[in-house]
Design a protein around this ligand. Structure first.
Ligand code: C5P
Length: 222
């Protein structure tokens, strides 16, 4: 199967919109591969934090991104043989990821890695610019969103479930700051791609959102 004919479902949206869960389940239902592009930005951020890389040094950060020694096995994220699945989910890592993601050289360095996930029989790609930049010809593009309150609420529950203490005020502030940065950055801003189906999941369950995406996909391949 030539790569450009392998179907891609691009699922973009803001932090804590539920796109990770939805994208995962859609991939499972269709037997497709799954790309968590945010994890690549988080991995770069984690490496930079650990190495004490200057977070304003675009060139040094791009170098880290370009040679990211990472692999994905099942739901585990591995960095140089270390399981960092939980470590990359820390709020500090997410915030740093969102800062370094504003650098064009970092985004450019991660492009090839992301394109490499397009393998038969298909790919569900989750991120901010999957439909607008990385896979602009994806047959289905979805922009998943939810109100900032609904998203803070979900993030709060996720953290508490994991036994991590959380403060609602701080979470709301972080989400707003990250939305602001992701939406207003000059390169690959968080906006619905041309032709994207917009789905507001504020009052939907993950299963309902999955059903909607699968319905759209069935219509596309008909
Ligand atoms: O999706 P997740 O919260 O894991 O992503 C972490 C950060 O990485 C986001 O806040 C965003 O700034 C950045 N990101 C991006 N482009 C993507 C995926 C993530 O800029 N495709």
């Amino acid at each position: 199967m030539p790569t450009h004919t392998i179907p891609v479902i691009a699922i973009d949206g803001p932090t804590a919109s539920g796109k990770g869960t939805v994208a995962h389940r859609v991939a499972d239902k269709l037997g497709f591969h799954y790309l968590d592009s945010g994890a690549l930005y988080r991995l770069t951020a984690l490496m930079a934090l650990r190495r004490g890389t200057d977070l304003a040094d675009e060139h040094a950060l791009a170098k880290l991104a370009e040679h990211l020694p990472c692999s994905f096995t099942g739901s585990s994220v591995i960095l140089s043989h270390e399981n960092v699945t939980d470590a990359i989910r820390a709020e500090e890592v997410g915030n740093t990821a969102s800062k370094i993601a504003t650098f064009p050289a970092v985004r450019h360095a991660l492009t090839g890695l992301q394109l490499g996930f397009r393998k038969a029989p298909g790919l569900v790609a989750d991120g901010r610019d999957m439909g607008s930049v990385i896979f602009p010809h994806a047959p289905l593009k979805v922009f998943l969103t939810a109100s900032v309150d609904a998203r803070a609420d979900r993030r709060y529950k996720q953290l508490i479930d994991k036994g991590i203490s959380a403060n609602m005020e701080d979470l709301l502030m972080d989400l707003r700051a990250r939305d602001e940065r992701d939406t207003n950055r000059a390169i690959a801003p968080l906006i619905p791609a041309e032709g994207a189906h917009v789905l507001d999941t504020s009052s939907m369950t993950a299963d309902q959102a999955v059903e909607e995406v699968l319905k759209w996909y069935a219509a596309v391949i008909k």
